[in-house]
Design a protein around this ligand. Structure first.
Ligand code: 5GP
Ligand code: ZN
Length: 131
């Protein structure tokens, strides 16, 4: 059982922002910021890491278009497009989705921060990824 598949099948109600044959975008129930939207493929896939390239293209393309529209309509000053892949990365619903999170500056209830870490030898990192 997948809660997002149930939403896609209209077994669970949702607030639909955009829909086509392959993609559904709904308001996130938590509304971390005003206009917070989830964009998902209609075909179940666990996360963006397992999705085929066409699905990735359709979902991220819709997220980009909606991010721009929502930013213009709400007066947000920025937008985060965010895909959590796996529980350790904060994914709580195992059906691929991209968060579209409009940003309003200091009054935001969201804080995405990169904390300083120990300096790494970049050639060692490259060797690990590409070697
Ligand atoms: P994740 O943590 O997996 O990246 O994001 C899952 C998101 O789905 C959360 O932000 C959560 O608020 C949202 N969510 C969970 N259940 C429902 C639901 O039944 N309806 C809607 N609209 N959003 C949901
Ligand atoms: Zn699903």
């Amino acid at each position: 059982m997948c809660i997002f598949c149930d939403i896609i099948d209209h077994k669970i109600p949702s607030s639909v922002v955009y829909e086509d044959d392959e993609v559904l975008a709904i308001l996130d129930i938590s509304q971390v910021t005003f206009g917070h939207t989830l964009v998902m493929p209609k075909k179940h896939v666990d996360s963006a890491l397992e999705a085929d390239p066409e699905t990735i293209a359709r979902v991220f393309s819709a997220a980009s278009v909606l991010g721009k529209k929502i930013k213009e309509k709400t007066g947000a000053v920025g937008v985060n497009l965010l895909a959590n892949c796996g529980e350790a990365a904060g994914q709580t619903v195992p059906h691929m989705h991209v968060h579209v999170i409009p940003r309003y500056g200091v009054s935001d209830a969201i804080d995405i921060a990169f904390h300083p870490s120990e300096k790494k030898d970049l050639s060692e990192v490259l060797e690990k990824i590409n070697g």
